[in-house]
Design a protein around this ligand. Structure first.
Ligand code: HEC
Ligand code: HEC
Length: 291
C-alpha cells in the first residue's frame, strides 16, 4: 500500500516538474521570438541644434524624465535592478566613453531609441520606457538629443540586460513591461512644439511621464515592478482631490504627503519630480484636477 502511494506521488511530482519545464520553455521561446523581431519603421529625421539654450532644455528633460535613474546622472549607465530571479538590468552607457555608444551612433540611432524603442538594427530595446517618450514634441526630443550628444565621455562597461527565470515568465505573461516597442504607435506624428504654459493642456503633456506607473488614466493599480508597492490613484478620486496646489507641490518635492506619510524614492520617484519647475508642477496639478 505504502509503496503504491509513494509510486503515485512520485508520478505526480514528476508530471508537475515536467509541466513546469515545458511551461518555462514555451515562455522563453515566446519571449526570445519577441525580442528578435525586426521592426520596419520610418524614422523621421530632425534638425538637432547645438546652442546653449537648447542644451539647457535637454538637460532639464534628462533630469525630469527618469533617464538619470537608469542611465546615471552622468549618462555612464546604472544598475536599476539586480535580482537573480527577475534579472540584472542596467541602463546603457550613453556617452562616447569606453563601454558607451559605438562610433557611428548618430541622430538616426538616437531617434530610433527614443521614438521607437529600437536599437540600431531595428530590434527592440528591453525595459527602456520609450512609450513614455515617443509623443514628446520634435523640439523637446531634439533638445534632449542635443544634450545627450554633448555629455562628456564616461568609461564604464555595463553588461547587456539579462532576465532571470522569473523575469522571463513574467515577461511572457506580460507582467513586466519588457518590450516597449510593442506599446508604441510607430506611425505617431508628434507636434513640432508644445508651448510651456501653466495650463491643464501642458500638464497633460507632462503627465506622459507618470502613465508608465500610474497607468494611462492615472488611476494607478499594480506596480510595474513585480511585487512592488501598488501605485496610487492620482485623479481627484484619490488623495489628490483633497490637496491644495501648494500641498501637491510639496508632495512632489519631498515625497511626504500632508498626512505625514514619507514615500520611498524607489516607489514614487520624487527625487525626479523635485526637479520640476514650479510652472511644471502647477500645470500638472491643474491637469490632474480635471480627472
Ligand atoms: C527604467 C529604466 C530606464 C529609463 C527610465 C530610461 N532608460 Fe534608456 N535604456 C534602458 C535600458 C535597460 C536600455 C538598454 C536596452 C537594451 O539594450 O535592450 C536603454 C537603452 C537606451 C538607449 C539605446 C542605447 C542603444 O544601445 O541603442 C538610449 C539612447 C536611451 N536608453 C536613452 C534614454 C533616455 C534619453 C532616457 C530618458 C528620456 C532613458 N533612456 C530612460 C533603461 C532606461
Ligand atoms: C516609477 C513609477 C512611478 C512614476 C514614474 C510616478 N509615480 Fe507617482 N507613485 C508611484 C507609487 C508606487 C506611488 C505610491 C507610493 C506609496 O504609496 O508609498 C506613487 C504615489 C504618488 C502620489 C501620492 C498619491 C497619494 O495618494 O498619496 C502622487 C501625488 C504621485 N505619485 C504623482 C505622480 C506624478 C504627477 C507623476 C509624473 C510626473 C508620478 N507620480 C510618476 C509610482 C510612480
Amino acid at each position: 500500500m505504502l509503496r503504491k502511494i509513494l509510486k503515485w506521488t512520485g508520478g505526480i511530482i514528476a508530471t508537475l516538474i515536467a509541466g513546469a519545464a515545458i511551461f518555462y520553455f514555451v515562455m522563453r521561446t515566446q519571449v526570445n521570438n519577441r525580442r528578435d523581431k525586426t521592426y520596419d519603421v520610418q524614422v523621421r529625421m530632425l534638425d538637432i541644434p547645438s546652442d546653449s539654450a537648447t542644451m539647457a532644455d535637454g538637460a532639464h528633460i534628462y533630469a525630469t524624465k527618469g533617464c538619470a535613474d537608469c542611465h546615471g546622472d552622468n549618462g555612464g549607465g546604472n544598475f536599476f535592478l539586480e535580482d537573480p530571479m527577475v534579472g540584472t538590468l542596467s541602463g546603457t552607457n550613453l556617452t562616447r566613453g569606453k563601454g558607451g555608444r559605438p562610433a557611428g551612433y548618430g541622430d538616426r540611432e538616437w531617434l530610433l531609441a527614443l521614438r521607437h524603442g529600437l536599437n540600431a538594427h531595428n530590434k527592440p530595446l528591453v525595459i527602456m520606457p520609450s512609450y513614455e517618450y515617443y509623443q514628446m514634441s520634435d523640439h523637446d526630443i531634439a533638445s534632449l538629443v542635443a544634450y545627450l550628444k554633448s555629455m562628456p565621455p564616461v568609461d564604464h562597461e555595463v553588461p547587456a540586460p539579462a532576465l532571470g527565470p522569473l523575469g522571463t515568465i513574467l515577461s511572457g505573461l506580460d507582467k513586466l513591461p519588457l518590450i516597449p516597442a510593442e506599446k508604441i504607435d510607430h506611425a505617431f506624428k508628434s507636434p513640432a512644439r508644445v508651448e510651456k504654459a501653466v495650463s491643464p493642456a501642458y500638464g497633460q503633456y507632462l503627465s506622459m511621464s507618470c502613465t508608465g506607473c500610474h497607468k494611462p488614466g492615472l488611476k494607478g493599480g499594480e506596480s510595474p515592478i513585480p511585487g512592488g508597492t501598488p501605485v496610487r490613484d492620482i485623479t481627484t478620486a484619490g488623495n489628490l482631490g483633497k490637496w491644495s496646489m501648494p500641498e501637491f507641490m510639496a508632495v512632489m518635492r519631498t515625497g511626504k504627503t500632508p498626512d505625514g506619510r514619507q514615500m520611498k524614492n524607489e516607489d514614487m520617484p520624487w527625487k525626479m519630480t523635485s526637479k520640476y519647475t514650479d510652472d511644471e508642477l502647477q500645470a500638472l496639478y491643474l491637469y490632474l484636477k480635471t480627472l
